[in-house]
Design a protein around this ligand. Structure first.
Ligand code: FMN
Length: 192
């Protein structure tokens, strides 16, 4: 059976490098991915990484425009494993929390929640205001996973690349760990 794709949303929060390394790691793992950039996400990604978004499509099975509501991510019948939004802006968090579905990233996230599939938001902002905190609580109560872009230091990263890779590896392990109730590996096994 062909592997199901993981949907990856990339928004205009700082931390585009996390998205790039995450996609590269999934390719290494032979995990198919489909990508949706938000309009601002495209610009911030190119500004922060110096890589044009067309290059990213080489890592992805398919890429979708954020306005393309006729595409598979907009539908609950599409067989995605789940979705990771990395990095996730406070604007996108807010749209998901309110269910407004203004672009394809919001709609796909809404679909994940209604279909009870894993949705992980790698949020990035500091400091957090009450609106951000309430939106995170709302999404967590609806079944989403708030996974802040917070690198750790106890593994003693030698440089920035190390720091980013350690964070990405931790996220990948979280996704695929057997003991994790949201693990896609586990969900796939249950489907067999
Ligand atoms: C260089 C840059 C960095 C930004 N960093 C953040 C951030 O870390 N977190 C955030 O919530 N918004 C950040 N923003 C603002 C968002 O891009 C903006 O709110 C945008 O409307 C988000 O839209 P989107 O969620 O559709 O991508 C940043 C904007 C720019 C230009």
């Amino acid at each position: 059976m062909a592997k199901k794709a993981l949907l990856v949303g990339i928004t205009g929060a700082s931390g585009s490098i996390y998205a790039l390394r995450f996609l590269q790691r999934l390719v290494e793992m032979d995990q198919p991915v489909e990508v949706i950039f938000s309009e601002v996400g495209k610009r911030v990604f190119e500004y922060e990484t110096g890589i044009c978004v067309e290059e990213v499509s080489k890592l992805s099975r398919k890429t979708y425009e954020p306005s393309d509501f006729f595409s598979p991510p907009a539908s609950g019948s599409s067989p995605y494993l789940g979705m990771v939004i990395i990095p996730c802006s406070m604007g996108t968090l807010s749209a998901i929390a309110s269910g407004s579905s203004l672009n394809l990233i919001h709609r796909a996230a809404d679909v994940m929640l209604k279909e009870r599939k894993p949705l992980i938001l790698v949020v990035r902002e500091t400091p957090l205001n009450l609106i951000h905190l309430e939106n995170m609580l709302k999404v967590a109560r609806a079944g989403g996973i708030i996974y802040p872009a917070m690198p750790s230091f106890y593994a003693k990263p030698k440089n920035l690349d190390d720091l980013i890779d350690q964070f990405v590896e931790r996220l990948v392990q979280f996704l695929f760990a057997q003991e994790n109730p949201y693990s896609w590996e586990r969900l796939l096994k249950e489907e067999e």
